[in-house]
Write a protein that binds this ligand. Structure first.
Ligand SMILES: *Cc1c(COP(=O)(O)O)cnc(C)c1O
Length: 438
């Protein structure tokens, strides 16, 4: 399967090139050249397939013959070694829990799939690869965990200092080994801008850099699986299903829209946003105006210029009227989010994290005007990752999962930077250390 750059359709790469490079040389995001719908029988029988079988059927056209079938099946099996349960709140309101992976956020799936693909490709190519990643909190920990001790791969994580939760910071900064955390004096958008600059900096040509942000196709594409797993558990004959996705960089929801292109019978998607409302405004008035990120209590969605939105536009041939048939967007304040956390606890005895609460708000907003519909919202992280926000609201202590308890006593190890030049000097210096020691 080939991928073209969204900056120039003539600029094409194979799956492996796109995974290794992350972003095309002209700075465009990669996009699959062909998208083939899956056969109707697949959806008719989906409840009889295991998650692994579904995942293989969904992803295989995007990988093509670049990873042998048996290897790809092992990668999928390792990636999906946990559950994706659907929890019922009411007859038409469900929550799909995506936080049962090692770092308690949905990004584990993409990070684990990508690290294994890259591991496979770097067997043939014995050169060291440096994975450079900007995080608003959850990406970094999922990537660090997914790549921890992977041979020939160094991971450099940029996170906005003071703008991630304490548990997130511990997850980013306490692994050591091949994982380095850089605390940036700025916002997530600043971190992302630094990563983008590094990729187009000719002076860093000697380093094989790749990105593990959701712009990397090996992180983006496997996110389609969640939507199939949701459908498998809640197949309906007489009602339409809609899915609400708490969105920041719009990778997850873009994967959902791609799943719809493959024929998955999801009628509509709801992009649920916090105060960062670029897409909500775009769907309202047709003007896409990026803004600086605003800090909120759902910090993994504090994105002012969502990278993946350009892929969503491409999926709908840049036609906003077509896009609106499949996508609505709503934006909510921190105050509304806090009240929703309390409401869900009181009404259903269920604890949502701030991102999941935004997802519920968006879903309920949609269901109000579309009553004959069944809704699912995605719970993208475990509430313990945001205990400082959630515990005071529900006035209850959240039980700490064992593998998180283990990191609470560890010491944060990071390096503080504030400019792109500092990042560049760090990368050049660490490359020298590697070549001296080889
Ligand atoms: C990353 C993240 C999101 C946003 O996902 P995108 O794919 O960037 O839109 C939502 N919730 C949580 C908990 C996250 O970590």
């Amino acid at each position: 399967m080939n991928y073209y750059s969204l900056n120039n359709r003539q600029n094409k790469s194979t799956f492996s090139q796109a995974v290794i490079k992350g972003i095309a040389s002209d700075k465009g995001l990669y996009f699959p050249e062909k998208i083939n719908a899956l056969p109707k029988e697949f959806f008719d029988k989906i409840e009889y397939f295991s998650n692994e079988e579904i995942a293989y059927q969904v992803i295989k056209q995007f990988v093509g013959n670049e990873i042998p079938e048996q290897v790809l099946k092992v990668i999928i099996k390792e990636t999906l070694s946990f559950d994706f349960p659907l929890v019922k709140l009411t007859n038409n309101n469900y929550i799909l829990e995506l936080f049962h992976g090692p770092t308690l956020a949905f990004k584990d799936v993409g990070a684990r799939f990508m690290s294994r693909c890259l591991g496979y490709f770097s067997k043939e190519n014995s050169k060291k690869t440096t994975v450079l990643v900007a995080t608003s909190g959850d990406t970094g920990s999922a990537v660090a965990n997914g790549f921890y001790k992977t041979k020939n791969v160094a991971v450099v994580i940029l996170y906005p200092k003071g703008k991630v939760s304490h548990i997130q910071e511990l997850q980013l900064t306490t692994l050591g080994e091949n994982i380095t955390a850089l605390a940036v004096d700025g916002t997530f958008d600043d971190c992302q801008a630094m990563v983008k600059s590094a990729f187009i900096d000719d002076e860093l040509n000697t380093i094989q850099l790749t990105s593990a942000n959701s712009i990397n196709i090996a992180r983006w594409l496997p996110q389609m699986w969640y939507f199939f797993f949701a459908y498998k558990q809640l197949k309906q004959k007489d009602k339409d299903i809609v899915i609400s996705v708490p969105s920041g960089n719009f990778g997850n929801i873009c994967a959902g829209l791609l799943a719809q292109k493959l024929g998955l019978p999801i009628k509509h998607f709801i992009a649920s946003n916090n105060a960062n409302d670029v897409v909500t405004n775009y769907l309202k008035n047709g003007a896409y105006s990026p803004k600086p990120a605003q800090q909120t209590i759902s910090n993994a969605m504090d994105v002012g210029d969502p990278s993946n939105f350009i892929r969503i536009k491409e999926l709908f041939d840049n036609n906003i009227d077509n896009l609106k048939k499949s996508l609505s967007a709503f934006s909510f304040t921190d105050d509304e989010t806090s009240k929703e956390i309390q409401h869900i606890k009181k009404e259903y005895k269920y604890i949502v994290d701030p991102h999941g609460a935004v997802g519920q708000l968006g879903l309920n907003n949609y269901l109000k005007n579309n009553p004959n519909t069944i809704g699912i919202s995605l719970e993208t992280a475990h509430p313990i990752k945001f205990l400082n926000v959630v515990e005071p609201l529900i006035k209850e202590t959240i039980k700490i999962p064992e593998h998180i308890a283990a990191i609470l006593d560890k010491t944060i190890v990071n390096k503080k930077i504030s400019t792109y030049n500092e990042l560049k000097q760090y990368l050049l210096a660490s490359e020298k250390i590697v070549s001296l020691s080889e």
